[in-house]
Design a protein. Sequence first.
Length: 249
Amino acid sequence: MPNIHSSISFGLVNIPVVMNPIIRNNDTSFNQLHKKCLHRINYVKYCEHCKTQVKEKDIIKGYEYERDKYLTFPKEELDKLKPENEKEIEIVSFIDMKEIDPAYFEKSYLLETEKKSKSYSLFCEALKKVKKVALAKTVIGSKFYYCILRLSNFGIIMTTLFFKEEVILPEEEKSNAEVNPKELDLAIKIIEERKGKFEPDKYQDEYQDNIKDAINDKLNGKEIKKVKKMQKEQVSDLLEALEKSLKKK
């Protein structure tokens, strides 16, 4: 859903923005076919009780409070429950980014202005100076979110957050086993030898590349060959595994 018009509510300052998703699905698209005749499979919305196909306009949402008993909610009723300022990105507070576990991150959007905006530039400069991110709340589609707004080289990026009940993490921290100093030293040496930089241009989706190659092979009448996998040496002793890993730089 590109080009969602919204606004950042910063105290009494209102900053109009256009919200654009920055993630796209790059997976190869397949259709489901009937194996016998190779025709597309269609999905029909069917009412078993009335023995008839149902149109979209005749469908409402229902909450099952007892088995086979429902409370019905037409769209008009659900719209009444949306927050008053649903089209706004209302800032709640400013926090340190390191306080948020990345497990809570869901989807990111780039917040841009359609033309030069003094309020947008001011907000960006303020975020840069305080070195914090804004915690905000908003509605996207029919779903309510808390989110963070952070400054990037491309402008303000908004990332929606999962709620606590959606993130399955242990209640207590896991206690670590005792670490052998020699093993730790070897592990650190392996890390030092493999230091690098985050370079997304170099990272390829190997599985999708293999699928695209297979499509080309099939179009050219070639047989699909199984991808060769490297056989790793199995080492059960931790110290020995670390020492051999260091030698195999």
